[in-house]
Design a protein. Structure first.
Length: 362
């Protein structure tokens, strides 16, 4: 069974795609974004997958790839087109190559025109394809910079993408209207730039007169992406330090966006953190008891009372099962607390593991 997830970066309107083989757990990630590496790594972990490859559809001009950072964190390898001119990849891809993950694979189809190194990845059964900036939903990538060539892009789309089965789903690298997927059939019929009876000359004329602004991040993104995302001197946007994990505890970041700390660490380090229990008073003094030294601030009062909490220690939020306390971490972060974590499983797990409490039933 194929594991498939479509992820989104709102800043650059970039889609990242996770594909995995549920039998072997091997996976690939198409077009990762540097700032979203923590999110992507959390999802890969929660799904029990092993990331083999980070794949690029092209050298992006609007965001920095997360490929290098994923390699550093997860040990995955990097692949992109040989024609991209990039350095630092573990594999340079050519037309017709295949990238395998478990019993599944992606075929590499060269689709230049937006850039020289644009490729489309086609799933082995031709049920879906990842088109990068070559085909967008009812549109196409720009051809006015970075080796762009409108006539070449037209030929790439018509011969390498529109030749796929009409039922094949097309997943672009970007969408700026919230659209998520299209199909070969739809784009052949309705794409206003590339569909129907539009000819190569028509398309070239259309693209020549788009008059679009210069991409804002191009001066930072392109040099970094030519190094597969390894940080350089372009600016702070892809600094490795920007995504370093907090060091005050061995925390885990979840796909839901919450930092968590394990009960055994908390029990051994109660003196260096502040435990904030966000249950109701009757729960705090009820059968489950509470953690020694915990401060009671019910969740409904937390936003108003957060300013009364000292900031001299990191805070671990606790509730009955870990749900309310997860929300509490977001409230505390909004109030200016930077060192905050949730106790997953809450007091139910704490008591279930036999850890010490004050009060409660014996």
């Amino acid at each position: 069974m194929l594991v498939f997830r479509q992820l989104f970066d709102p800043t650059s309107s970039t889609y990242t795609y996770l594909l995995g083989d549920s039998t072997t757990g091997e996976a690939v990630l198409v077009d990762p974004v540097f700032e979203q590496v923590r999110r992507d790594a959390a999802l890969i972990s929660e799904l029990g997958l092993k990331l083999l490859w980070s794949l690029e559809t092209h050298v992006h001009a609007d965001h920095v790839t997360g490929a290098w950072l994923l390699k550093k964190r997860l040990g995955s390898e990097i692949a992109l087109a040989a024609a991209s001119g990039a350095s630092g990849a573990d594999r340079l891809l050519g037309d017709g190559d295949r990238v395998s993950f478990g019993k599944r694979s992606l075929e590499v189809r060269a689709t230049p025109g937006h850039t020289n190194g644009c490729v489309t990845y086609v799933l082995d059964d031709e049920s879906m394809a990842f088109t990068g900036d070559c085909v967008l939903i009812r549109g196409s990538g720009r051809t006015d910079f970075q080796q762009g060539n409108a006539r070449e892009l037209y030929r790439s789309v018509r011969s390498r993408i529109f030749s796929l089965p009409e039922s094949c789903l097309l997943y672009p690298a970007h969408d700026y209207r919230g659209l998520t997927v299209t199909s070969v059939c739809e784009e052949k019929k309705y794409n206003p730039r590339l569909g129907g009876e539009i000819g190569e000359g028509d398309y070239a004329g259309y693209m020549k007169n788009l008059d679009l602004p210069h991409p804002k991040k191009i001066d930072e993104a392109v040099p970094a992406n030519l190094r597969c995302g390894q940080p350089g001197n372009e600016g702070p946007g892809n600094s490795a330090a920007a995504l370093e994990d907090p060091s005050w505890a061995p925390l885990r970041f979840t796909f839901s966006g919450v930092w968590e700390v394990e009960p055994h660490w908390l029990e051994e380090n109660l003196s260096v953190v502040r435990v904030v229990d966000v249950r109701e008073p009757n729960e705090f003094s009820g059968p489950l008891g509470h953690i020694r030294g915990a401060t009671l601030v019910p969740l409904g009062d937390l936003a108003a009372k957060a300013k009364e909490l000292p900031k001299d220690k990191p805070i671990v939020a606790v509730c009955r099962a870990g749900s309310r306390s997860a929300h509490a971490t977001a409230i505390l972060q909004k109030a200016g607390f930077t060192e905050v974590a949730n106790l997953p499983g809450g007091m139910l797990r704490w008591r279930g593991e036999g850890r010490s409490v004050e009060g409660g039933a014996s």
